[in-house]
Design a protein around this ligand. Structure first.
Ligand code: UD1
Ligand code: CA
Length: 492
């Protein structure tokens, strides 16, 4: 049972200039979700009465995202970024009078674990502190606020790098920017902040000195893993933190029974679930809301975005988005499944096949070189190599319906809208424009014509001519080829 927390304030108003982006920094994705989502999800782990994000730069984009995806999160607007103290004051003003514990974190710190935040709140409550700071020991503390402790080891203040003297600069314990505050102490101290510092800002860190000046207890909790407290300032850090987060997601999957052949080239988004005894082979990426069952094989070289994959399915060298792959189905290599592709149990989609907005019935096969769009293929049907559904007339899309246990001959073009009933056949090379009734064979192709001895007349003395003669070809009366071309005079 987590200790009671009244509010968590997540600061996210800063510009994020070093990202060099038109997208607000906190909206940059990591493991498939914006930085801010990770910060808010961790904050939500405390089950606070209020969860509020302070937004400013790019506020339209950020608040639109929050309304759509995290409607329980409130927002406070900080028009001008006048400092972290001012930002928290904006949140408190939006929330109204509070008692109890207020936790402050940053929207650009994606690796903070809910357990660490809970431990901070717990220490704050156990020790009866006015302020408890999450700190980190860093080999290079440059840029961070330093934790200044008194002779007895108690925290006295936080001094910003830009305001620190040489002795303070030598301190390696830094302020992570994550804190638990007593609400009343915080509100009172914020109202007394000044801008008497090198940056002319209202520093949240000054709340510590103010509380100590009143003789209130201030504590610190040292984060065991300093990476948890790191913020993202540029795209180099974004990639580095993505890798750390990915390693966590991979480890969790492995410990739940998933074989991951190569953790260095496997990428999992937050929220993806994979069942035990599934094997993920190298260079694969499972993204968005993808759910994979038990005992499946995914990869190598496979990307699944928002897909559902059933137990025991095999998906090799495939790009799939918004597809449902049934239990025991087989996909790939080199398959492309687009939104609305639904493969029933045991269906097969093979090499160089694209499927869009179509259902492939149980045990049906589309093994080679096909396009299936806006179609239904019944159970047990074979859709021959090179066959396609012609679903688009340049303006509108039309559907093709193929029944069960039908046979679509190689290189059939099905001009939609068209239907092939159960057990219907199409002959190889047919262009099907009319419905095919149950049990019928539809042949729609020109009959073959052979011109005897044509090669011997056309290419006399060539290697082809020699080969044909050696195989028994005999010359015939020359037949000028122009004679059979349309628009020319008839043969004499
Ligand atoms: C701050 C701390 C510093 C700490 C460091 C940890 C202060 C004065 N200093 O420094 O002690 O070591 O974080 O990373 O608090 N923000 C707003 N509105 C503002 C200013 C900032 O929302 O007016 C947000 C930013 O978007 C960011 C966070 O607060 O997410 C921290 O701001 P930043 O300017 O990066 O603070 P630092 O100078 O790094
Ligand atoms: Ca920072």
């Amino acid at each position: 049972m987590p200790v009671g927390v009244t509010a968590v304030v997540v600061l996210a108003a800063g510009a994020g200039t070093r990202m060099k982006s038109s997208l607000p920094k906190v909206m940059h994705p990591i493991a498939g979700r914006p930085l801010l989502w990770h910060a808010l999800t961790t904050a939500n782990g405390l089950a606070p009465d209020h969860l509020i994000a302070v937004i400013g730069h790019g506020r339209d984009v950020v608040s639109e995202y929050l309304h759509a995806e995290l409607p329980g999160v409130r927002t406070a607007i900080q028009d001008e970024q006048l400092g972290t103290g001012h930002a928290v004051a904006c949140a408190l003003e939006a929330l109204g009078p509070l008692t109890g514990t207020v936790v402050v974190t940053y929207g650009d710190v994606p690796l903070l674990r809910p357990e660490t935040l809970a431990a901070l709140a717990q220490a704050h409550s156990d020790d009866g502190n006015a302020v408890t700071i999450l700190t980190a020991e860093l080999a290079d503390p440059s840029g961070y606020g330093r934790i200044v402790r008194g002779a007895g080891g108690q925290v006295d203040s936080i001094v910003e790098h830009k305001d620190a003297d040489p002795a303070q600069l030598a301190i390696t314990e830094v302020n992570s920017g994550v804190y638990a505050f007593d609400a009343a102490v915080l509100a009172d101290a914020l109202s007394r902040l000044t801008v008497a510092n090198s940056q002319g800002e209202r520093y949240l860190t000054d709340v510590v000195g103010i509380a100590r000046g009143e003789g209130r207890p201030v504590g610190a909790l040292l984060a065991r893993d300093p990476a948890e407290t790191e913020g993202v300032n540029d795209r180099v850090q974004l990639a580095a933190m993505t890798r750390i987060l990915n390693a966590r997601l991979i480890r969790a999957a492995q410990l739940s029974g998933v074989t991951i052949a190569d953790p260095n080239t496997t990428w999992l988004h937050a929220g993806v679930t994979v069942g035990p005894d599934t094997e993920i082979r190298r260079n694969s990426s499972l993204e968005a809301g993808t759910v994979v069952g038990n005992g499946a094989v995914i990869g190598p070289d496979t990307t699944l975005i928002d897909c559902r994959v059933g137990d025991g399915a095999t998906v090799i060298r495939t790009h799939a988005h918004g597809a449902t792959i049934g239990a025991g189905a087989s996909v790939g290599p080199f398959s492309y499944l687009r939104p609305g592709a639904v493969l029933a149990e045991g269906a097969k989609v093979g090499a160089y096949v694209e499927v869009k907005n179509s259902t492939i019935g149980a045990g049906a096969k589309v093994p080679h070189l096909s396009y299936v769009g806006d179609s239904t293929i019944g159970a047990g049907t074979n859709f021959g190599a090179g066959s396609i559904t012609a679903n688009y007339d340049g303006v509108d899309k039309f559907g093709t319906v193929i029944g069960e246990h039908a046979f679509i001959g190689t290189n059939t073009t099905l001009i939609a809208p068209v239907t092939v009933a159960d057990g219907g056949y199409t002959a190889a090379g047919s262009t099907i424009t009319g419905d095919v009734a149950a049990g019928d064979l539809a042949i729609a192709r020109a009959r073959q014509t052979s011109i005897p001895g044509w090669v011997l007349n056309k290419h006399p003395g060539s290697a082809i001519d020699a080969a044909a003669r050696a195989a028994g070809a005999v010359p015939t009366t020359p037949l000028t080829f122009s004679a059979v071309e349309p628009g020319k005079d008839s043969p004499a």
